[in-house]
Design a protein around this ligand. Structure first.
Ligand code: FUB
Length: 466
């Protein structure tokens, strides 16, 4: 590829206008509801729940975190907290949000208490991916109400932090600077047609009530500030399923003015929707969930992302769900170690965390693959491909293709039995083609006939070498 062509290609990808699109949902190895994005340094972290499809309710037990520096390849950081992390929690690891303050990370969660209601808690860490620890050993907010769900947190320019939350009713408290205590009263935000589109009957989360009312605040608030305006996005309801709506204010505590829908009811295959909004590398993004991942539904929801542009007056346009998702705003470097769990799209494989905390691609089966988007090979071709792999049985084959599943095969590794599913060995293979510029990579998994249906090998990381 000529130099000018390579530079044009890199520019197209970095400017986010790539025609090479990711697919929604952005994570396929787990069900990832209630996405809460956080920008920290040069990465986006997304904190999610963990749905277990097959049940008929949100019986969730843990939370997950993923990160990306390009918006299309997401690295799995496992599950740093679960119900077990909070001695007071017994069930329903529901929506959560993490925020950084003075180098510490505060992950606000909600869960069902041993007293059988919902409460808010907070875990703290020195890094966005943990390890996190329950900061208090008890809930941060507990009023004996089922409404205590879906915390959202924001620190204003004057240093005052606000925690909003609530199902049916919307509440807030002013957090103290330590982020793990609060002062003053819990304030219930008045709801009206002017502020949130309507007023809704209160309900318990167990209720099957499905009111046919115009748009109203239901749950899932997402509180933030942009260009001097305060925003309260929320899961609203008008036709039975949840949509995303929003209100704006000139003050962090209202009064709020209803602005309409951000994402109307669409064929999501999920009763709920739940979103978060960020700006990253000059673009604005809406994170939300759907039940559209194969095997999913209302209790198997997965994170999706759309890019959007604010209107000149700060209002938000109506955003449609897409399968294509967003363009890449960065390029993974082919010559740096990349974790195998950094994935744009995955089929017939999962990710697992070892007892020592190592995360790797597991449950790899014949016919499966991993796609990594927009990998930058630069101006000179690599000579070697290396990968860290392990297999407790007969292994299989790892083929590396570029540009499409059936594109040129640039390397292939025969993975033997390595002595155990955690007995990692580094394999190196000559690269068959001259590759420069930016390419999507496809790691394609194959087994022998005899091993076709079972796990082939585990995959920890990969790298190209000049
Ligand atoms: O994920 C469980 C609950 O469903 C969340 O807390 C709500 O926002 C809804 O998405």
């Amino acid at each position: 590829m000529r130099l000018t062509k390579i530079i044009a290609c890199i520019f197209t990808v970095i400017s986010g206008n790539s025609t090479l699109k990711a697919q929604n949902p952005v994570i396929q190895t787990h069900y990832t509801p209630d996405p809460a994005p956080m920008v920290y340094k040069d990465k986006v972290y997304v904190y999610t729940g963990d749905d277990i499809p097959g049940y008929d309710f949100y019986y969730m037990t843990k939370w997950r975190v993923f990160s990306s520096s390009d918006m299309v390849n997401w690295t799995d950081h496992g599950s740093p907290i679960s119900l077990e992390s909070f001695s007071w929690a017994r069930d329903r690891a529901w929506a959560a949000q993490c925020i950084e303050r003075n180098g510490k990370f505060y992950w606000y969660i909600c869960a069902q208490t041993v007293q059988n209601n919902m409460a808010l808690g907070v875990a703290v860490a020195d890094s966005p991916i943990g390890p996190f620890k329950d900061a208090l050993g008890k809930p941060l907010v507990t009023t004996g109400s089922w409404s205590n769900i879906d915390p959202t947190v924001f620190i204003d320019n004057d240093g005052q932090a606000y925690l909003y939350w609530g199902n049916g009713s919307l509440y807030y408290v002013k957090l103290n600077e330590d982020m793990i205590s609060w002062t003053g009263d819990i304030v219930e935000v008045p709801q009206s047609a002017e502020s949130f589109g309507g007023v809704r009957q209160k309900r318990s989360p167990d209720s099957k009530e499905n009111p046919q009312v115009k748009d109203v605040y239901v749950e899932g608030p997402w509180f933030y500030k942009r260009a001097g305006k305060y925003y309260q996005m929320f899961a609203g309801m008008s036709k039975g399923g949840e949509s995303l709506s929003y209100a704006m204010s000139d003050s962090p505590t209202g009064p709020w003015k209803y602005q309409g829908k951000i994402m109307s009811e669409q064929p999501t295959n999920s009763f709920t929707n739940h979103g978060g909004i960020i700006d990253f590398k000059g673009n604005s993004y809406l994170f939300y969930h759907t039940g559209l991942l194969p095997g999913g539904g209302s209790y198997g929801r997965a994170t999706s992302i759309e890019a959007f542009k604010y209107n000149p007056d700060g209002t938000i346009p109506l955003i449609s769900m897409t399968k294509d998702g967003v363009g890449a705003v960065g390029l993974p470097d082919a010559y740096k170690r990349i974790e195998a769990e950094t994935i744009a799209w995955a089929e017939k494989c999962k990710t697992t965390q070892s007892d020592k905390g190592n995360i790797f691609v597991s449950e790899i089966r014949t016919g499966g693959h991993i796609k990594v988007r927009s990998v930058n090979f630069g101006l000179t071709s690599p000579k070697t491909f290396t990968a860290s792999l392990a297999s407790g049985l007969d292994g299989g084959v790892l083929d590396v293709h570029i540009d499409s599943l059936k594109g040129a095969k640039i390397a292939s590794i025969n993975v033997p039995r390595t002595g155990g599913w955690q007995s990692w060995k580094t394999f190196s293979q000559k690269v068959n083609e001259n590759i420069t510029g930016v390419h999507d990579l496809y790691f394609v998994f194959k087994g022998q006939n005899i091993t076709a249906g079972r796990e082939l090998f585990n995959f920890d990381y990969w790298q190209f070498i000049h």
